[in-house]
Write a protein that binds this ligand. Sequence first.
Ligand code: BGC
Length: 727
Amino acid sequence: MHFNSLSSTALTLLVLFNTVQAKINVLSWDDAYTKAKIIVDKMSLEQKVNITTGVGWDGGLCVGNTYAISNPDFPSLCLQDAPMGIRFADNVTAGVSGVNAAASFDKSAILARGAYMGQEFYDKGINVQLGPGMNFMRSSQGGRGWESGGEDPYLTGVVAAETIKGIQSKGVIATAKHYILNDQELNRNTESSNVDSRTLHEIYLWPFARSVESGVGSVMCAYNLANGTHACEDDYLLNTVLKGELGFKGFVHSDWGATHSTVNAVNHGLDMDMPGEISYKSGTSYFGQNLTDAVNTKSIKESRTTDMAMRIVATWYKLGQDKNFPKVSINSVDRDKASYLNVQRDHKKIVRQIGAASTVLLKNSGVLPLDTKIKSIALIGSDIKANDDGINSCSDRGCSSGHLAQGWGSGTADFPYLIELCLITDCNAPLITNLINVKIQSSISDWDLEAATEAAKGVDVAFVFATANSGEEYITVDGNVGDRNNLSLWNNGDELIKAVADANKNTVVVIHSVGAVLMPWIEHANIKAVVWPGISGQESGNSLADIVTGAVNPSARLPYTIAKKESDYNVKPDPSLQVEYSEKLLMGYKWFDHAKIEPLFPFGHGMSYTSFNYSKLKIKVSKSGTKDMTVKATVTVKNTGKLDGAEVIQAYISYPEKAGSPPQQLRGFEKVFLKHGKQQKIELKFTMTELSIWDTVANAWVIPSGKFFIHVGASSRDIRQSGSFNV
Ligand code: BGC
């Protein structure tokens, strides 16, 4: 059997190419500001105001468009969703979701994903890509969790930073969104997410801080309120923290309709109003004339509008958009009027690779990869076939029938095509298959349990598919207003799985889901494997086939915790308008560790078809207790199985007891590809960022003194080596 992996030469080359590009395109902030000053100095007040103001809903070709000005000239900027591909556009790639990128735990793959998206946005003339998302799966039900990186700040921070570097390496401005505490859809415009300063810094700000460090050009402020103030007019969060503490030099723009004032918003840090109207087609704006008037009546200083314009123009220069930036060739309002431009190149290859690299093998007692000797399989469930009405029949993917490869809402792109299981196996002609040379029986109903049982009987391996979906609040699917109403599988999934497992002793469960689900059937003796592809985009079926046939050895890890029962989780969407983040630092696995609850599948878990051994953990500390402190941990990892494969080496830190931190927190990981029998020494490096906690008295990051532990292992509950050091 032949195995390959994402860490293949082709992908490495692609990444190298991107890195080189990054050096060519990106100016330093200082140089960008110097250039910006020359034209902003020539702008009148009205001109400065115009480049900060959106033209209104449906007023331009993109979901967001600013006014252009002339003499001095500055173009209209095009802002467009989505975090996983271009929304409202044709001939584009609809790749894996953000949470899948996280599940790959593969920095170079995440960078490559960012770069191909950046290339497509650039080719279509889009100045600003409205992603990546970096809100949290604070609760498993949270509707938009799949757009971001899961439940851990360190992992989400890596996904955010690598995605931004990739997007911006192609000359497109990335957006860190939604700033901040926008972690449920329920009452998203009216609730206040209330959090203490330490939790804010150690969890929710973390990915934004990593985004600023990687040079992100724009930040989108969120719909919700934070500690009682609208996120888009919060002086502390925008001015003191984002632009002060984090040193953000780009521009802040509002989420669509999240601006609630002129004077407060502008004085407190908002630089651009999107889409520029107070409400849909109202023709009025908090910016525009209202902003000019506020300056004329001295409620806002003109220097502030200069700062706003400087931030926008400097970001544009920084990304090299002054040099022949392509014309916009999408049309969000009237799709048929968009000019034809296919920007897909060979990006489907990366999508297929990341799809496989983000497919988590949760359980396997040896039935996978499929033995080349097997003669027959069954494919069961509506997920094996695309929605009969068409793959894009529901606007913004706002329905849930057929194969699930995206959630719903603004974070989606139209599929150019969708590879589901029937496409690669031909479900209507069961004897013809190019999956592998086997006979296939299928049943596409989730409700006809007799047909499912019939299909499952007598085949060597029965695959049963089920889904769970969620999305953005403006679309309700099956009674779910964005957030999921519960954590059960959709469309009769549990009953279908039980029926198939009762009928076949080699049952493999495949779950396409936006996040954790309950698995009441998990102990069924006939369920021999559980495969978790998440939501993996247009190449979904191919990525899955690569994993189950063994063409790719699984190497993904869960970016969130799957609990045994719903009540084991400590957070769910809160209907009160004051959402207290009272769990503080105990999100996800940190809660399970603290409360000593055994999860069904822990954070960081994922199996391989080979096995790995960890040894010789060594820890070297230098400049202990200072700002320049570094800790280097080395560990030797050996592929002890018979097949080549990749391992994700995870490092969890336990802080000194007096720090009052959760029992352990992910603070490093590396994915390494090893041929069978080979070993490699892996180095994990920790700096001030990873070693400190937020001290609420000093209002600063400090490295606590005392005894630290570093736990290195294959998941948060599979620690193989531990060591300690004192500060
Ligand atoms: C969403 C944003 C999106 C914007 C523009 C809002 O409803 O929250 O994520 O970028 O719309 O479509």
